[in-house]
Design a protein around this ligand. Structure first.
Ligand SMILES: Nc1ncnc2c1ncn2[C@@H]1O[C@H](COP(=O)(O)OP(=O)(O)OP(=O)(O)O)[C@@H](O)[C@H]1O
Length: 340
């Protein structure tokens, strides 16, 4: 099996780097980054800013341009227009200097099935002209330990589960300390346990100060592991910011628990609640028409009082927090293919 460019990036280490401090100049910045494949505009004028020390989720449905962006960031393909800087240097021009400081796992790990996990890592390490052969096996052992594969180190990689292969790929990206880890759909195809393991590893790496940039089409994954996120749709950036900011854009749903559902629905509609749904024992609706996000807290008690004044026997009344999924749907008008 041929070695993919991602693992070349992962093993071309040069020099040891201490974990990066949080804050300071962005680790990734793009301006007007564009990629055209013939008639197809895969990435369209992307302005992205990834803060140092963040776990940055690059979110979008399949085909929205995530992989193409990552390939441009890693210097694997040239942009049609626009600029990208990674760790302060222009890509693809400075790839030789930048990539040794970056661990990357793009489109799954490329492994030799007939080699053991340990020997795969040793081979990756040997492909790095600057790595010291005397400390190679120690480095491989440490990386295997890191991803929880020490016990399976002597097994042939073809006997590994998909999750183990993915962890071995991560081990290859972590053979030496990195300032930036770039992961393209790192949990794709994994079972829930495999997903949990990879997410735990990502959190651990981030806690040591490495900036992590990961693409995903899973909203809950982004909510669970990321501090920041950017949302892509059809090659364009829809929004970027902290995950908390993005989720706050989703107003959430107003939920009223009552036996008097029809009556409650009428009162809610009169007060500007939209998309009112009558369910069994409760009424739900979108309260964004009642007041703006900041003013809603003050309007809710009035709305509750109005329900009671109309004779609705209110058993429960509250706002359910908006999720990133609500925000995505509100921002793009698209549904989201949430597959796990
Ligand atoms: N080498 C290529 N030649 C032609 N079109 C391409 C090429 N690479 C990507 N595209 C197109 O560009 C668009 C964006 O694809 P891209 O793979 O970047 O999306 P994505 O968000 O990463 O989706 P996925 O998760 O499915 O990989 C798609 O419509 C895809 O078909």
């Amino acid at each position: 099996m041929a070695q993919s460019p991602n693992l070349e990036t992962a093993v071309r280490g040069r020099g040891e780097h201490a974990p990066a401090p949080v804050g300071g100049a962005p680790v990734i910045r793009t301006q007007g980054l564009t990629k055209r494949f013939g008639q197809q505009l895969a990435v369209d004028g992307l302005d992205l800013t990834v803060p140092r020390g963040s776990v940055f989720g690059f979110l979008g449905p399949n085909g929205s341009g995530k992989t193409t962006t990552i390939r441009m960031l890693m210097g694997l393909i040239a942009p049609s227009a626009g600029v990208a800087t990674v760790l302060g240097e222009s890509m693809p021009q400075s790839a030789g200097r930048v990539l040794p400081r970056v661990g990357a796992l793009i489109e799954g790990p490329a492994l030799y099935g007939f080699l053991t996990g340990r020997d795969n890592l040793v081979r990756f390490d040997a492909a790095d002209p600057t790595s010291d052969p005397r400390t190679r096996s120690a480095r491989a052992a440490e990386a295997l330990e890191r991803v929880g594969l020490s016990a399976a180190a002597g097994k042939k990689a073809r006997a590994y589960s998909l999750g183990m292969k993915q962890r071995l790929g991560l081990a290859s990206a972590l053979l030496r300390p990195r300032e930036l880890l770039v992961l393209d759909e790192p949990t794709n195809g994994l079972d829930p346990q495999g997903m949990r393991e990879i997410r735990a590893l990502i959190r651990e790496v981030a806690a040591e100060g490495t900036t992590v940039f990961l693409s995903s089409h899973l909203l809950d994954e982004i909510e669970q592991v990321c501090t920041h996120a950017a949302v892509m749709s059809k090659g364009r950036l829809v929004v970027q910011g902290t995950v908390a900011e993005l989720a706050a854009r989703a107003q959430g749903r107003l939920v009223v628990r009552t036996a008097d559902t029809e009556q409650a629905a009428e009162v809610l509609k009169e007060h500007g609640v939209t998309a009112v749904q009558v369910l069994d024992g409760q009424v739900e609706g979108d309260p964004s028409g009642v007041a703006s996000v900041g003013a809603l807290d003050e309007s809710l008690p009035e709305l509750c009082a109005a329900l009671i004044a109309a004779g609705v026997r209110v058993r429960g009344f509250g706002l359910e927090r908006g999720t990133l999924e609500d925000a995505f749907v509100a921002l793009t008008g698209e549904g989201f293919d949430v597959a796990g």
